[in-house]
Design a protein around this ligand. Structure first.
Ligand code: ADP
Ligand code: MN
Ligand code: MN
Ligand code: MN
Ligand code: MN
Length: 368
């Protein structure tokens, strides 16, 4: 038996027994709905389930619900109810059928958004820019860990050989945990998340998948649901997926959430001019963006944006064609064609995509 099977109670469970129950016929007029929300850390996800007696066509038809916010760092025990407002529906790859995953925004008792509900203000900003049809594609990097917080597949004593052979690698000595990557890709496609690719990363046990291009707010919705699926699937395997931006210190790559951006103008012939204008605006607001690019106002990214390991320094703004050590990269193909999109390489792997999108649109579309 592998180390993980010994260490993780979840991995040791015989999952075949569950099949008997998952195959039970359920009454036609009942579906199961998993309500999913972001907790008070701004990076943790929570969920709870309920039975619904109709098949909803839109999230607005679903009941508003609540939960104990004093157990999620979002409220006082004395006044603990926090409201869940359904905002997006996905198909449930675990239960299948008509069962659903429901992404929710969180609201306090007085009707105002909780401190970590960044979607509400993001949606307002997106609406002001919607004529420009902003598209986003996010490259989500993450690291698989054993139950003891050691990267999955790494020796317990010592380290794997230096980085080089692992990126897009294949083979038992190059990549660890591909089963999770495969399961997650399929689950995202099934659920309706606009996942567009995946690859093994530079550090062993580190992986990436890409979501997009998505119009406006849907990049945030799809990315959060893709993260839920990642944690939920990893749970079944008894492996932990972490979005920590620098899980290993030393000569090991960190993890980011490169954010690719375009507007209608940028995608049209000659759009490179609009891309350059946007980069110029971004250069004047570096600090505002660093604050929005991780859940701790730049503290998480300070460990990652060192100027080494394909990152730019957190203290400087820079840009360049095909430059992976810059804040902003213009892909070579975009430069050749004279239109397309740009890549903001600064967002941390654990960023809130709603905060990232809001900051970018405020700077490049609303000139704030
Ligand atoms: P990299 O070369 O940086 O590793 P990837 O192939 O991993 O790039 O990711 C590219 C990302 O760019 C994807 O998320 C994709 O959806 C996104 N993308 C592609 N075209 C556009 C566009 N026109 N606007 C915004 N995002 C885009
Ligand atoms: Mn209870
Ligand atoms: Mn990539
Ligand atoms: Mn990458
Ligand atoms: Mn990239």
């Amino acid at each position: 038996m592998s180390r993980t099977l010994e260490q993780s109670p979840n991995a040791a469970i015989n999952k075949n027994i569950l099949d008997k129950y998952m195959n039970l016929p359920i009454p036609d007029d009942k579906i199961q709905a998993t309500y999913i929300w972001i907790d008070g850390t701004g990076e943790g996800l929570r969920c709870k389930d309920r039975t619904i007696d109709f098949i909803p066509q839109s999230p607005k038809e679903l009941p508003i619900w609540n939960y104990d916010g004093s157990s999620t760092y979002q409220a006082d025990g004395k006044n603990s109810d926090v409201y869940l407002h359904p905002v997006a529906i996905y198909k449930d790859p675990f239960r299948q059928g008509n069962n659903i995953l429901v992404l929710c925004e969180t609201y306090k008792f007085d009707g105002t958004p909780t401190g970590t509900n960044k979607r509400q203000s993001c949606a307002e900003v997106v609406n002001k820019c919607i004529k420009e049809e902003p598209w986003f594609g996010i490259e989500q990097e993450y690291t698989l860990l054993d139950m003891d917080d050691r990267p999955f597949g790494w020796p317990k004593m010592g380290f794997p050989g230096p980085q080089g052979p692992y990126y897009c690698g294949v083979g038992a000595n190059k990549v660890f945990g591909r089963e999770i990557v495969e399961a997650h890709y399929r689950a995202c496609l099934y659920a309706g998340v606009k996942i567009c690719g995946t690859n093994a990363e530079v550090m062993p046990a580190q992986w990436e998948y890409q979501v997009g291009p998505c119009l406006g707010i849907s990049i945030g919705d799809d990315l959060w649901i893709s993260r839920f699926l990642l944690h939920r699937i990893s749970e079944e395997f008894g492996i932990v997926a972490t979005l920590d931006p620098k899980p290993m210190t030393g000569d090991w790559n960190g993890a980011g959430a490169h954010t690719n951006v375009s507007t209608k103008t940028m995608r049209q012939p000659g759009g490179i001019t609009a891309i350059q204008t946007a980069i110029d605006k971004l250069s004047k607001h570096h600090l505002r963006h660093i604050h929005a690019y991780d859940p701790h106002q730049g503290k998480d990214n300070a460990r990652r944006l060192t100027g080494k390991h394909e990152t730019s320094s957190i203290h400087d703004f820079s840009s360049g064609v095909a430059h992976r050590g810059a804040s902003i990269r213009i892909p070579r193909g975009v430069s050749d064609e004279g239109c397309g999109y740009f890549e903001d390489r600064r967002p941390s792997s654990n960023c809130d995509p709603y905060s990232v999108v809001e900051a970018i649109l405020r700077t490049i579309c609303l000139d704030q």
